[in-house]
Design a binder for this molecule. Structure first.
Ligand code: KMH
Ligand code: ZN
Length: 275
């Protein structure tokens, strides 16, 4: 079986220090959290950035500041900026970090309810616009699918030339408004992607580790981190993103799955090696 790629979604746009005091806002806090995850075995950092007061931003300069600081601490880690940003941002606002030419970035494949009155908007034209931009800039999209319909959308837009193969999916499961996080939901999602595609699963809240386990056994890949879940176990807050990654590493070791280094992750995902 392929080695296991672990992605750490260290920050998110919605989770707050009120939920877990270790949620990073400042540059130094982002570096601390990215390094803890990297040292524990994460090869990809899925990155949102905030201003120091916690307000989410897609500002290119803020992304550059955080990315440069993370790379200074974790030189070979793969940075995957979010192009989802936070609910309500415009397409061009969200696309700003692509101007920094990261190796990867997220590409959200559909619209969904996102808690209370919020709607995370990704119209077909938005997805085409983002997909085309990533092809032009040579950025590998991580196709974020919060529901099976979004996989269908990605496959349709691949046929129309907006998304290239090999496709790499991220099943984000358990958001209120998207698909649930039960095993039957996972089996449905993973059975719906092409055979030559890879996938990562991001289980939200209480689904984080059960879905990680399913992906480890199935040969898929895993995302954990404060963006998705702030607890190490029921009622116990994680002290760092690194603690969440360590738990996945322990689970993988028990099941005989080795952890991919950043270089091995680049090979698995078809990214260019770095010198
Ligand atoms: N913050 C969510 C509204 C992504 O990173 O691409 C969207 C999100 C997806 O987190
Ligand atoms: Zn995100």
């Amino acid at each position: 079986m392929e080695k296991l790629i672990i992605t750490a979604a260290i920050c998110g746009a919605e989770v707050l220090k009120e939920h877990n005091p270790a949620v990073p806002y400042t540059v130094a806090e982002c570096v601390r959290e990215a390094k803890s995850a990297y040292d524990a075995g994460a090869s990809i950092i899925h990155l949102h950035v905030r201003y120091d007061d916690g307000t989410p931003t897609q500002d290119k300069a803020r992304f550059k500041e955080v990315i440069d600081a993370i790379k200074a601490a974790c030189p070979d880690v793969i940075i995957q900026p979010s192009t989802g940003g936070a609910v309500g941002m415009t397409d061009d606002e969200r696309l700003q970090p692509t101007e920094l030419l990261p190796e990867m970035a997220t590409l959200d494949c559909g619209t969904l309810n996102f808690g209370g009155d919020e709607v995370f908007m990704n119209t077909e034209n938005t997805i085409k616009y983002f997909g085309k931009r990533m092809i032009e800039l040579g950025i590998k999209p991580e196709l974020e699918c919060f529901d099976k319909s979004m996989i269908d959308m990605a496959l349709r837009l691949h046929k129309k030339g907006f998304i290239e193969k090999p496709m790499h999916f991220d099943f984000v499961m358990g958001v209120n408004g998207g698909i649930g996080g039960e095993l039957r939901d996972f089996i449905f999602m993973r059975g719906s992607i092409p055979h030559d595609a890879t996938y990562t699963v991001a289980g939200i809240g209480r689904y984080e580790f059960s879905l990680a386990m399913a992906a480890i056994v199935d040969g898929g890949h895993v995302r954990v981190g404060f963006e998705d879940n702030v607890y190490l176990s029921k009622g116990v807050l994680a002290k760092s993103n690194g603690e969440l990654v360590e738990k996945v590493v322990r689970m993988a070791k028990e099941l005989g799955r080795e952890i991919a280094t950043p270089a091995e992750t680049r090979e698995i995902l078809g990214l260019k090696p770095i010198k």
